[in-house]
Design a binder for this molecule. Structure first.
Ligand SMILES: [Zn+2]
Ligand SMILES: [Zn+2]
Length: 332
């Protein structure tokens, strides 16, 4: 099978990933083989390639927003048949026995495996998944919906954890793949949404998609926020966002990697029960919740499609803010 394989870690360039012909993997006990139809390209893939995450070695196959169909079934797998449409996300598997898994927080598992990081990912024609951690799909065109499997799920987890309700005001800082899906979730739920983002293309997309206020980096929303999500990997803007929060407001950081956060002034930026937190990986419940919400509210990614062989160009375009919405590799 064809796969795009990491050849060297470091700033993404034309030879970061190379196309190789490798054997189709076989599913082990509890695993399924997935024929990949399409795979989204996420900022985490960029962090994997650029070495921002520890422990990545050449030979890694990135990609964790996978949509395809079941092409093989290992021993002791239940609930899957050949040909079933399937989605696979970042959480490849959690251990099932640590104190976090046992308390329903499998996203915080002490020994998890992640797709396209610890395990081969979806920048390939076939991938193996854990039969208990992949999703039945009942959605349309796979090339459009792949970004739901990470950008959608992580955005959903952040959105849900803010606990906002109709009429409240949400701020989105950075407007990439995940934010443009959260905007749809929030507008469908009757909230007002302010988007702060660098880049004209991102700002114009936010306007087209119904954001109530759109501003460039450094601008402030017209009113204080009840909740905010930071998607850009820019820790330096956290103090400013904390100033944009209303009393009791909460900022969640949705990325896996963030530059350092400068010091905060307690009285202005945390007092009055403001809070700052993060969103880490996903539970299977998040995945199911997101897929249900996407169907109910018709949440649809805007995508730019690349062939598998152009994965490196997709990563470079993502890094250079050239993508409106999300990018997807069409594999087969
Ligand atoms: Zn665990
Ligand atoms: Zn991701």
């Amino acid at each position: 099978m064809k796969a795009m394989i990491l050849s060297k870690r470091g700033p993404v360039g034309p030879d970061s990933l190379i196309l190789k012909e490798i054997p189709v993997p076989s599913p082990g006990k509890g695993e399924v083989l997935i024929r990949v139809r399409s795979c989204g390209v996420c900022r985490t893939d960029l962090h994997v390639v650029e070495g921002d995450l520890p422990g990545v070695s050449p030979g890694t196959i990135p990609g964790h927003e996978i949509v395809g169909e079941i092409a093989g079934i290992g021993e002791e797998v239940t609930g899957w048949n050949l040909g079933d449409p399937v989605g696979m996300a970042w959480l490849y598997r959690s251990c099932g026995s640590c104190r976090f898994c046992l308390s329903g927080k499998e996203n915080l598992c002490l020994s998890p495996l992640f797709t396209g990081y610890d395990r081969p990912g979806g920048f390939a024609e076939y991938v193996v998944g854990d039969g208990r951690f992949v999703y039945h799909l009942n959605i349309g065109d796979p090339s459009v919906f792949a970004p739901l499997l990470c950008a959608g799920i992580i955005g959903y987890r952040a959105f849900k954890r803010l606990g906002l309700f109709r009429g409240q005001h949400l701020g989105l800082y950075g407007f990439g793949a995940s934010a443009h899906l959260v905007l749809q979730m929030a507008k469908s739920s009757g909230m007002s949404v302010s988007v702060i983002s660098r880049g004209d293309a991102h700002q114009s997309l936010a306007r087209e998609m119904g954001a109530d206020f759109v501003g460039a980096s450094g601008t402030h929303p017209p009113e204080l926020l009840d909740g905010a999500i930071l998607f850009a990997p820019a820790g330096e803007i956290v103090p400013d966002i904390m100033l944009d929060l209303d009393r009791g407001g909460r900022l969640l950081i949705a990325g896996i990697h963030l530059s350092d956060i400068p010091s905060l002034v307690y009285h202005d930026q945390l007092f009055l029960e403001k809070s700052l937190g993060s969103v880490t990986a996903n539970t299977r419940e998040d995945g199911l919740g997101l897929l249900k919400m996407a169907r109910a509210f018709d949440i649809t990614p805007r995508v730019r499609i690349y062939p598998l062989e152009d994965a490196t160009s997709a990563l470079m375009d993502l890094k250079n803010d050239q993508i409106r919405g999300a990018c997807v590799l069409k594999v087969s």
